[in-house]
Design a protein around this ligand. Structure first.
Ligand code: ASP
Length: 418
């Protein structure tokens, strides 16, 4: 695809206008300061290239070596995401993923193989660890694109994946702690999108001392449940801020072949049967061999509604550079809430984008989560590195479900934020 700089400019402006993405309450955002990040100049290609979510870092160097040695782009993507899937200490993916509200781990994944233009997906899969590989097996071994639930599990077993218990002892104990702490709350509606939703009422500012007691109580319960001392505060944090987490990886080979893959245990403590964006082709992942590849981590419900990954690839097809293409998808999320920052604070989204010429971008709705950690992503185009995602909005999101405000003075002094 050859697009002149002038076409880029023209199409970016027209694209934004056509999308009607004027965002109330949003002034100059940091996007402008970072425009140019990851941009290869015209004619300059950076192949091969891998881009993935931060939790893939440890696995990218070896995968890049495979890519250089001519491995298939989807197999390279699987090599990256299989790392967190196999790691019992990564509680956002595969083995050890945090379970649903009934304490059962349910996994989602999808992939697209650019060179053969095939796609596979699985949703709500229990007892099978490497759902990334199962998603590939769906297009490899069947005429279907997507299998879910019990059928997907039976298919995985039929093609040779072992059934195993995915709930590690630690994840089970964190779930128990969550059950105790949230016994009067759940994931039932009204959700943020419901017209009757109201932000939590102004509550009397909790005393730092009350919080300290609450955290200490949770920490003691974590100890009673047998969670190892070094993980007790992390467990408390997961109960107070139920995490999201996923890994996406997009891969471009020297030959210009591309693939994308996304795998997750989804939202922690979700309703049984809930499927997010990760296994939805066009939302959690989309790859078009002619254009590029994109993937997502974050608030799945929001990403499904803007078909995020597909929107980004189509924006690139129309000439937008990766960063603008992804910012446009984020603006569609903002537009879905008419720019209502009170609601938008309760969601977040990170997009990973790789164009066919090796130009890439990592963008996020907010700078990071409430804990103050910025969103980062991993790139390898000959040099492995971690980069900070470019945020659309200044500030940090609160995670969903709503959690009580932790007084600043406590945050400053507590190991709670570690
Ligand atoms: N997008 C995932 C989901 O909604 C969660 C995440 O990426 O953190 O299931």
């Amino acid at each position: 695809m050859t697009v002149s700089r002038r076409d880029f400019m023209k199409n970016s402006v027209l694209g934004a206008v056509a999308a009607g993405v004027g965002v109330p309450g949003m002034d100059a955002h940091p996007q402008a300061e970072n425009a140019g990040r990851g941009h290869a100049s015209e004619g300059d290609t950076r192949r091969p290239t891998i881009i993935c979510a931060h939790n893939g870092y440890a696995y990218v160097e070896a995968a890049y070596a495979s890519l250089k040695n001519g491995a298939d782009t989807l197999d390279v993507g699987i090599q990256v995401v299989k790392g967190p899937e196999d790691d019992p200490n990564d509680d956002s993916v595969g083995l050890g993923g945090l379970p649903n509200e009934e304490g059962v781990v349910e996994l989602d994944a999808c992939c697209m193989h650019g060179p053969t233009r095939r796609a596979g997906a699985v949703g709500g899969v229990r007892n099978i660890k490497n759902v990334s590989m199962v998603s590939k097996a769906v297009f490899h071994n069947t005429g279907h694109v997507m299998l879910v639930g019990e059928g997907a599990e039976r298919f995985a077993v039929a093609v040779g994946f072992p059934r195993e218990n995915l709930l590690t002892d630690r994840s089970r104990k964190i779930w128990l702690l969550w059950k105790e702490f949230n016994s009067d709350r759940d994931w039932w509606g009204p959700g943020i999108a419901d017209p009757s939703w109201r932000p939590p009422g102004e509550q009397p500012k909790p005393q730092a001392e009350l919080w300290r007691d609450r955290i200490e109580h949770l920490r003691h319960r974590a100890a009673d449940l047998g969670i190892e001392p070094e993980f007790q505060m992390a467990a408390v944090r997961r109960v107070l801020f139920p995490p999201t987490g996923t890994i996406h990886c997009s891969v471009l080979s020297e030959k210009g072949e591309m693939s994308g893959i996304t795998t997750t245990s989804g939202l922690a403590f979700k309703l049984p049967g809930r499927v997010g964006d990760s296994p939805i082709i066009g939302a959690g992942c989309y790859t078009d061999q002619d254009v590029g590849s994109a993937g997502a981590t974050g608030s799945g419900e929001e990403n499904i509604k803007v078909a995020g990954a597909h929107t980004i690839v189509e924006n690139m097809r129309r000439g937008m550079v990766p960063q603008d293409a992804a910012m446009d998808a984020l603006k569609r999320i903002v537009r879905n809430y008419n720019g209502d920052m009170t609601r938008l604070r309760y969601m977040d989204m990170t997009y990973y984008v790789l164009r066919k010429d090796g130009t890439y971008a990592g963008v996020s709705l907010w700078e990071g989560y409430s804990s103050g950690h910025p969103h980062t992503f991993v790139v390898h185009d000959g040099r492995l590195r971690s980069e900070t995602a470019t945020p659309l909005l200044k500030g940090f999101s609160q995670e969903w479900p709503p959690h009580p405000t932790v007084p600043e003075e406590l945050k400053k002094n507590s190991e709670y934020l570690k």
